[in-house]
Design a protein around this ligand. Structure first.
Ligand SMILES: [Zn+2]
Length: 203
């Protein structure tokens, strides 16, 4: 049923709108950056960072976890499509913090009769998990030398961003050291990009 609804919306104008939004855009992201975040349906990455189409690569998976496939995508993003910085955003109330890898494995194997070959990357604390992801990206041999990686935990109720530091100057033992808050009165509810010409209308 859901697939039919998506295709209905495509035909009802989504396809035309997407074509209009993409018109004239280059394949290289204009801000030369990539954002990795969770697939959580409440997070509007474009609204959150005031982005327009064509400005960044957005990578999403369950949890916003740095997996082998994320490294694959980031390497291509950097080496073939000229991005440099990486912003890693995980969040409070994430589905991946609601179970453990072992429990999920047991559940699945009981139902399916075999063990899954992949890990869920479930985590208890997004701060620890962001720090782990940042450390992995900073030491990855295939990303560009000098890649700037910054990591944050987004509070999905207040939409504050807490920056996470791996270690070193400016870092704190608890990781979360600097909080960013959205303005209390955004110019337009739900979307505070200043690029009026590229705001979307609902399909
Ligand atoms: Zn999530």
């Amino acid at each position: 049923m859901s697939n039919e609804e998506l295709l209905r919306r495509y035909e009802a104008g989504g396809g035309r709108l997407a074509a209009a939004n993409a018109e004239g855009l280059a394949v290289v992201p204009a801000l030369h950056a990539a954002v990795l975040t969770s697939m959580d349906s409440r997070i509007d990455v474009f609204a959150l960072f005031g982005l327009a189409l064509g400005e960044v690569h957005v990578l999403r998976n369950a949890g916003g976890v740095v997996t082998d496939d994320v490294v694959r995508s980031l390497t291509i993003s950097q080496r073939k499509l000229q991005t440099r910085d990486v912003l890693l955003v995980q969040h409070s109330d994430c589905g991946l913090a609601s179970f453990t890898d072992d429990d999920f494995s047991e559940e699945l194997s009981e139902e399916v009769g075999m063990r899954r070959p992949w890990r869920t990357h479930a985590f208890a604390d997004p701060v620890v998990n962001v720090r782990r992801g940042m450390a992995r990206l900073r030491h990855d041999p295939f990303l560009r030398p000098g890649t700037i990686v910054r990591g944050f935990v987004l509070d999905v109720e207040r939409f504050t961003l807490d920056e996470v530091f791996v270690s070193g100057p400016g870092g704190s033992p608890n990781g979360a050291a600097r909080r960013r808050r959205p303005p209390s009165h955004p110019a337009r509810p739900g979307r505070w990009s200043t690029r009026g010409s590229r705001t979307r209308t609902p399909a």
